[in-house]
Design a protein. Structure first.
Length: 84
């Protein structure tokens, strides 16, 4: 390998698991909150985490009915998606 061609090797494993209803429900609510956050970020032209936090922290947190950390992940994920 020449210089600059270095990369990471990844391993993928396929397995069957039966999802717990609570986890599936959380993912559904997260998806709804993420779509809402993306639309809000685009409509308000939010550019920074600070702006997104100010506008979006409360609503996704109430919808997700979960630890506030997940709401923060949600709007950060939405902001990253809108910048991509």
């Amino acid at each position: 390998m020449t210089s600059g061609d270095e990369g990471l090797l990844t391993l993928s494993i396929a397995m069957r698991v039966s999802p717990e209803p609570g986890a599936v429900e959380l993912l559904k609510r997260y998806r709804l909150a993420l779509n809402y956050a993306i639309n809000k970020i685009l409509s308000l032209n939010l550019k920074t985490i600070r702006d997104a936090h100010r506008e979006l922290y409360r609503e996704p947190r109430e919808w997700l009915v979960s630890p506030s950390r997940i709401a923060i992940y949600c709007y950060r994920d939405a902001l990253a998606n809108t910048k991509a």
